[in-house]
Design a protein around this ligand. Sequence first.
Ligand code: GLA
Length: 747
Amino acid sequence: MPIFINESLRQFHLQTKESSYIFCVLKNGQLGHLYYGKKVNHRENFSHLFQLPNEPIGNATFLYKGDQTFSLEVIKQEYPAYGTTDFREPAFHIWHENGSRITRFVFQSYKVIKGKPRLEGLPATYVDNENDVTTLMITLYDEISRVELQLQYSVFEHESVITRSARLTNDGHHPIVIERILSAVVDYPDAQFEMIHLDGAWIRERHITSRVLKKGVQFIDSKRGTSSSQHNPFFALKRIDATEHIGDVYGFSLVYSGNFIAGVEVDHYDVARAFIGINPFDFRWILHSKESFQTPEVVMVYSSAGLNGMSQTYHRLYASHLVRGPWRHRPRPVLINNWEATYFQFHEEKLLAIAESAKELGVELFVLDDGWFEGRNDDTTSLGDWVVDRNKIPSGLSELVKRINEKGLQFGIWIEPEMISEKSRLYERHPDWVLKAPNCSTISHGRNQYILDLTRQDVRDYLYHTISHLLEHANIAYVKWDMNRNMTEIGSSLLEASKQGEVAHRYILGLYELLERLTNTFPHVLFESCASGGNRFDPGMLYYMPQSWASDNTDAFERVKIQYGTTLVYPISSIGAHVSAVPNHQTGRVTPLKTRWHVAMFGAFGYELDPAALSEQEKQQVKKQISFFKKYRTLLQYGTFYRLMSPFEGTDAAWMVVSEDKREAIVAFYRFVAKPNPSFMRLHLKGLHPSLKYEVMIDDQTKVLYGDELMHIGLFLPPFYMGTVKTKETVMMGDYVSCLAVLKAIE
Ligand code: GLA
């Protein structure tokens, strides 16, 4: 049993394979936090973990008359309140009918449940077998305002994962206004951490940022209506001396696709308070009598095996307990996407030619990107109509799909359902369907387009029927669901003035509802989410769509950084990655085809180029690449992933995957800048079986080495590998070069 409860002392100990999380009920009825970290033995009494000074605390405020020690300012808490004696970042902020902002949540009861209840209207981790998780529900209640708070803790005993969320119910007669309601807060006894997060921008998403915690509040957030490429809804707290593979790391990943906040406050006692949830900025939710508000879930991972240990836990959890449907554990098809090959300028015959040569190369899925619907010759028009353009595709969509299917390829299509162009029939019919603040006569555009108001049921119904029609009338196996702008002038024409502060969150709830309906109706369609590349690469989208286009940047060098950062949280099977043409369209950089392939193969792999532009020799190379990928794709997409060298710390990078039985592994090494007369290069591998003998193959050279040699002495890399250089191909020479080692146990 992963949850121990001492009824009389009112203490709770949540225990996973590696971690312990302990809290209690304080004497004022609030929840006090006692410990989160490496697993400790259970004992009947954890009261000694609760510390108050013996002497009066200077310049503090106190809850009890005559007592100058019980101040929430010095007490670690589970779900802290603003307004009494704690002045740090609170978990919630509620306005009551009479103007009061004081809510005293007092412990009422608890319940332990096998399994994990669903979160109403929100994506969340789940289990097939309810023995895999145990949930503790704590109910707290404020007698005066009659508001109930339920805190949910789900313990994945075998995974060192605890998920948390909160649910507020208005049990009184008057509405209350929620101005802040986070998913979780965790108080640590000190602040000796680095905060690691994933930041960037369009075409340079999810780069790793690391900062030593400093006094004050440090946070990342999104006010863009999407989780954003500027900051991913995730951060980790890493002990200062922890590394990629050793030491304590705590991960916080929010299963949410909209505005979020995530940060840490370091107070005047050097105590760190971590917090994460919906961004309270521009959020104001009116909760009427008997209504409830559910926060998104935060997935907390503890690892004593450094950042990489944390990532592996997220990978396993998200691949098995977040991604759903038939694609959950399935290797993903090799695709070709026509976007960088043609942009908007194509004709049916060109598409068929691309498909035909792609098929010869071994591609399995043809994806028709933007530009296939009426009038869409650039990005100023037609979003919302979704009717095939007969000028470009004279035989119609279902006939084109048929012809592509006949060539032996599956067919996939790009749509951007959440958007509307001013130049569209939909806009002529429903200008009021645009997301727009009530007093705005003009609104800002992004990529010449507006956003549909997904808070409206009629808009969601329209989209459901339009997309269903598309998917029912042609044999479509894959959908790339795009979303190409951030939200501005947020408002809805259907909501009353007092509810306009709910729109950003209601939009995300509407999106989730629409995706739930569509993915239930079309469970076999493989959905890939996209938002100008990685502007909404988050666990919320992953719940509905098993893979996500990582970035519009397909440059191999940039991609190593983007994909490396992305693997902090997200599994390889979820990271859309394509080989594109050179000079690269985003950077102008020329990298070898081999390097582009070595990077993209660690992902949901495909090509985004015109095969007709490839030379005969390149075609032969691509054929080999695809057949290699097919042979190893389960290992590449679902193996255990190790980051070996960070592209953020130098001009080399390396990573590897190992099969579950440790009998197979693939290692990739990338060198971005040539080093003349370089030093010997030994790469210390990870995760192998120490006493297994592996045949190590780099290009066509092989060597047999023990697992322990490879991990502790290291793998010698070309040009020094075995000292013999057969062809120019095997030499690591020039910029942006890479090599791949394939390991197979031979006994
Ligand atoms: C976005 C996507 C691209 C492509 C274009 C089409 O930018 O990220 O991959 O689909 O839209 O307009």
